[in-house]
Design a protein. Structure first.
Length: 330
């Protein structure tokens, strides 16, 4: 059976964009793939974060995974930091990616431009190396990602080719990025030219928001001139974003969503329909999340997942170490 690997970084409050682009899709792979889904807590350290916030976010994400339908019997759910092979393979693989490649990564350029250049940590710069290690330790055939992470998977593919070619053997499998057909990029409700990003209280719908707040945010969403409900990102970014949200949650195409609202010529009615759909999905999801948090099963899920993940990861790490010439003793 082929393998799927996904992960979410426990920074900030997860949004509706994270649910549509990642969480709701993870469960789709667990029946057809050997599925690994982790919490990328080592990645969270690449920017300053409060330790209590990191721990709480980590626990939240496990609960979100389970609330979204991940089954620990089908999907290996684990913490990145619980599997030491991630750190070890990162140390090896950083010698096979080049500084020029890493400096061209869009996320690094975007984040570093907002920072004091004398205070940019090495971890932020080398973030894609650790991500490559995450993928390659499990020889993942597919990597479900949002559009903003495709560049990192492409870099990983370059690394696979370079590494396998250098040692003239297939050490790593070539991974393929998988992007959702609808909802790969959900935009801010307050500024539909910007991605929903965990940091805009007005424009982001957080997964733990009260349902009344969710409705208020959607009803206050920036729209566009005119009254037609059509998908036109350039001229109607606000309406296009709301259509995308509706279509993704209904699991229909954008074209089908437009048909639903072809006779609707009042933005207020359209927003209400979108709000109804969002609430119909998020309310039971939230209830399940709260139930899981109070159940006490999170530590067991993580312990069991880490034990399974270590078997695969350590096997790959041993193969890598032998390949590069490190002495591996029995």
């Amino acid at each position: 059976m082929k393998r799927s690997l996904s992960g979410i970084k426990p920074t900030g409050n997860l949004t509706l964009g994270n649910y549509i682009g990642a969480l709701k899709n993870f469960k789709k792979f667990q029946d057809d793939y050997e599925s690994f889904v982790f919490i990328a807590d080592l990645h969270a350290l690449t920017l300053p974060i409060d330790p209590i916030e990191l721990r709480n976010n980590t626990k939240d994400i496990v609960a979100f995974y389970l609330a979204a339908g991940l089954d620990p019997e089908k999907t290996t759910i684990f913490l990145q930091s619980d599997v030491s092979a991630h750190a070890e393979v990162n140390t090896i693989l950083q010698n096979y990616l080049y500084m020029g490649e890493l400096s061209r990564m869009t996320q690094f350029k975007d984040k570093s431009q907002k920072m004091n250049k004398n205070a940019i940590g090495l971890g932020l710069f080398a973030y894609p190396v650790l991500m490559c290690g995450d993928i390659l330790l499990y020889n993942a055939d597919i990597v479900p990602v949002g559009e903003d992470q495709v560049q990192h998977v492409e870099l990983c593919r370059d690394l696979v080719h370079r590494f396998n070619t250098r040692y003239n053997k297939e050490v790593f499998i070539m991974p393929q990025p998988v992007i959702p057909k609808v909802g790969a990029r959900i935009m801010s409700l307050s500024d539909p030219t910007r991605k929903m990003s965990k940091s805009d209280p007005k424009g982001d719908i957080f997964l733990k928001d009260d349902m009344n707040i969710v409705r208020k945010k959607i009803m206050s969403a920036v729209t566009d001139t005119g009254s037609d409900i059509i998908f036109d990102v350039e001229n109607k970014p606000g309406i296009s974003n709301l259509l995308t949200i509706y279509a993704a949650l209904k699991e229909i195409s954008i074209a089908d969503a437009q048909v639903v609202f072809k006779d609707c010529h009042r933005y207020g009615d359209f927003k209400k329909a979108v709000a109804d759909e969002v609430v119909s999905v998020l309310e039971p999801f939230q209830n399940k999340y709260k139930e899981i948090l109070s159940s006490g099963i999170i530590d067991k899920v993580l312990d069991d997942g880490a034990a399974k993940a270590r078997i695969i990861a350590n096997r790959t790490l041993a193969k890598v170490k032998k390949t590069v010439g490190l002495y591996v003793h029995d």
